[in-house]
Design a binder for this molecule. Structure first.
Ligand code: GLU
Length: 312
């Protein structure tokens, strides 16, 4: 049986944007008769303490969209905390290395941004391949000065896929992205590698997440291909923007669950979110199971959603 998932980075209390994503992921999985797995993306252990992860679980339970396995519930594919899975990532990193596709990179972020390399839409630099061809001596010399990050070589080839919500997407990895980091200079594995390995090993067949991650998908599909892992179906959902068009953030107290839980019942919050995402025609209170019954991807908006003033 397939599964959907929640993959939150617990760097704060959940806000409406995170909740919307969880609700749609839950409805999509449940309407297909599938389980939802909770994986805690706490690779950045300083920013993502366990206390926040525990709060996320509590909030999901309160809202009635609990995962079926994962997180502190555990399950057969655990551990479900990325901070406890580095041995697994190491194994897949070694596989890429044995294919001759990994190389150390000594470029600092400042150097990259100062370079005249083109920038991606998300503000990241297209990596110009500066460290691709360093000699063994040069690598030894530079390693003595600073530990490197590790990049995977990408081919000059288009990766295309059909997103279940946003449709056809294509990217030329070399031209539009460049070789990308799979392990950071501090030894921590990068999100791109961890997310692929985890979704595959946790039996995830549908990934529902914010459209800010659409541009990561070609990189992830390339890793699935190299590692011979089964890729899920991707569904990217539009971002929820504050009424003035800003992106919602965990710093926006007014949309954090901390404030919302004092003002509304779970059914009220779920109903308003269901309305925003096209699953019911008014913001009346609703049970998640009821929204899942009405769930269809063609009802979900394709453009970013402005949070109407006064809805919350
Ligand atoms: N952990 C990421 C986040 O909270 C989501 C990653 C994903 O869904 O692939 O933004």
């Amino acid at each position: 049986m397939g599964a959907g998932r929640y993959a939150p980075s617990p760097s704060g209390r959940m806000h409406l944007g995170n909740l919307l994503c969880c609700l749609v992921a839950w409805c999509s999985a449940k309407s297909a008769g599938e389980d939802v797995v909770l994986r805690i993306e706490d690779l950045d252990t300083l920013r993502c303490p366990r206390s926040y992860a525990d709060l996320i679980e509590k909030d999901l339970d309160w809202l009635g969209i609990s995962p079926d396995r994962g997180g502190s519930r555990g399950g057969p594919e655990g551990p479900y905390y990325q901070s406890e899975r580095s041995g697994i990532y190491e194994e897949y990193f070694r596989r890429l290395e044995s294919m001759g596709l990994i190389y150390p990179c000594f470029c600092s972020r400042a150097q990259l941004h100062a370079a005249s390399a083109p920038h991606r839409e998300d503000g990241q630099v297209v990596y110009p391949g500066t460290c691709r061809g360093l000699s063994e001596q040069e690598i030894a010399r530079r390693s003595a000065q600073r530990p490197p990050a590790w990049r995977v070589k990408v081919p000059d080839r288009d990766i295309s896929f059909t997103d279940g919500n946003l449709g056809f997407t294509r990217e030329n990895l070399l031209r539009d992205c460049g070789d990308f980091v799979v392990r950071r200079f501090d030894g921590v594995f990068a999100y791109q590698l961890a997310v692929v390995v985890d979704d595959a090993l946790m039996g995830v067949t549908q990934v529902v997440r914010g459209s800010d991650l659409l541009s990561s998908t070609p990189r992830q599909l390339y890793l699935y291909e190299l590692l011979e892992l089964p890729a899920p179906q991707f569904y990217h959902i539009p971002l929820l923007l504050a009424s003035d068009g800003r992106r919602l953030s965990k710093r926006d107290g007014d949309v954090s669950l901390e404030t919302l839980e004092e003002k509304y019942s779970p059914r009220e919050i779920i109903g308003k979110l269901g309305y925003l995402v096209g699953l019911q025609d008014s913001p009346r209170p609703a049970d998640p199971a009821r929204l899942a019954e009405n769930f269809a991807w063609d009802r979900v908006p394709k453009q970013d959603i402005l949070l109407p003033e006064g809805l919350f």
